[in-house]
Write a protein of this length. Structure first.
Length: 464
């Protein structure tokens, strides 16, 4: 009697192993090469098929069996999210790791510019910037193209000032009035006031704030702005008291690694949501290797040490049809430049101040290639059986390759899995000067030691 995988159950083959994705239960099963041969009807084994039937993954069928294809995502062309970078260059802080290189204008000399270089910078003609009316037009265009979510970001977005004195919150109000269902402001919080918080609450706008350390001196060293920690904490308190939807995020770097556990504990005490501490991406000023956290912290907070995947229908369709993060997203800077990601300032795909419309930029082949890019085109990842359930970051991958691999092809640098051997935790993928990916096994001992201490810590917590 013939067998087949049930509807919603898919086999994805890698270089040596495979993964059975069960979108009905969300479970992902790792299978060896022999199992792949059986499920793909290249070898017969009714006993194995019977086991799959018992697990709810397969069924008998009367007609000729066949492999079900993953259903592609239908709306791969729709704009879903925009980062509105209303202030690009300017910020009232000068964070040492800033991906955009933002800073107060008065800080440029302190940053190490030679006097003649500073004068040349000042003498350069000022780049054309988005006027307030340009931002309103863009926001309306994006809405008409289907976008319903956006983030106002900088630089420091509260430094925004329109030609007639318009403020950031005027832009936020316009987004809400247009019908955007989720509007978020990403800020350092230092320019907030009780009056601004009250209006934010009235508008129903969300806020995200960067907090680099629970320790005031460490936070202020990261921002290179004395007193910034106190102002940021004050803003967090105001937002919480007003019940504004708030998340607090932390970038992990050399400067704050010693206080990262305490910072995480502080956020739990404050009862604010936020993602796991995010190891510094090598973009902007973050390319400085001296800013990168010690490898122990990268292992603890950034690496994929074991399979921890889920197979949801929408996720599998999405990841097999377009990029897991970038699909449907763009950034627009204060200079009108369109980027595929807020972390991709070197990858300009168009300019809304020059193009006839936003829609024409979205149809540019360079952007559609990025939106449609899957891990099938990424070095190493294309040979991995988990590629349709695994998240990806192109700016991180490109930055980690140090110019040796392309934006769409650089291997993901935080994965310890080797699809050619089926091993986890034995190394990391890097790219050599010739552009070839290699599995760096010299890191295995340190990866395994940190993983062991993490496991012991979890065991101790459970015991208590």
């Amino acid at each position: 009697m013939p067998y087949r995988l049930k509807d919603g159950v898919y086999l994805v083959e890698g270089a040596t192993r495979g993964a059975i994705l069960d979108t009905n239960s969300g479970l992902v099963y790792s299978v060896n090469g022999i199992a792949c041969q059986i499920v793909n009807y290249r070898s017969e084994n009714n006993t194995y098929w019977g086991q799959l039937v018992q697990m709810g993954l397969a069924e008998t069928c009367v007609s000729s069996p066949g492999i079900s294809a993953i259903q592609p995502l239908k709306d791969t062309e729709r704009l879903k999210f925009v980062w509105f970078e209303v202030v690009t260059d300017d910020c009232n802080e000068c964070c040492e790791h800033c991906y955009a290189g933002s800073m107060p204008r008065t800080y440029r000399k302190e940053m190490g510019f030679a006097e003649n270089a500073l004068q040349e910078l000042i003498a350069q003609p000022e780049r054309k910037k988005m006027r307030h009316s340009d931002w309103l037009r863009l926001m309306k265009e994006a809405y008409d193209l289907g976008c319903r979510a956006g983030q106002l970001i900088g630089g420091e977005p509260f430094l925004y000032k329109g030609e007639n004195g318009e403020t950031l919150l005027d832009l936020a109000q316009y987004l809400v009035e247009l019908g955007y269902t989720r509007v978020e402001i990403y800020s350092n919080g230092t320019l907030l006031t009780p009056e601004k918080v009250k209006l934010i609450k009235t508008l129903g706008v969300h806020v995200a704030i960067s907090l680099y350390s629970s320790d005031p001196s460490t936070h202020d060293l990261v921002t290179r702005t004395p007193g910034s920690h106190a102002k940021t904490m004050r803003a967090i308190q105001w937002l919480k008291e007003a019940s504004v939807p708030l998340r607090v995020e932390t970038v992990l770097m050399k400067r704050n690694q010693e206080t990262i556990a305490e910072t995480t504990a502080l956020k739990e005490t404050l009862d604010v949501v936020g993602r796991h501490p995010d190891p510094l991406r090598p973009k902007g000023r973050g390319v400085n290797p001296l800013l990168q956290p010690d490898f122990e912290y990268v292992v603890r907070y950034g690496l994929m040490l074991k399979p921890n995947f889920t197979a949801e229908t929408d996720t599998v369709s999405h990841y097999s049809s377009g990029h897991s993060c970038l699909l449907g997203k763009i950034t627009v800077t204060e200079f009108g430049e369109v980027l595929p990601c807020i972390f991709s300032h070197d990858n300009v795909v168009g300019n809304v101040l020059v193009a006839p419309s936003l829609e024409s930029v979205l149809r540019e082949p360079v952007l559609t290639r990025i939106w449609r890019a899957t891990k099938d085109g990424v070095m190493v990842c294309r040979d991995c059986e988990y590629r349709y359930v695994c998240f990806d970051c192109r700016p991180l991958s490109e930055g980690a390759s140090a110019g040796n691999a392309g934006y769409l092809t650089a291997p993901y640098p935080r994965c310890t899995y080797n699809p050619y051997t089926g091993e986890w935790g034995q190394g990391l993928w890097k790219v050599d000067e010739l552009g070839y990916a290699f599995y760096d096994r010299t890191l295995a001992a340190e990866i395994q030691e940190v993983a062991r201490t993490m496991s012991e810590s979890v065991t101790a917590q459970v015991a208590h």
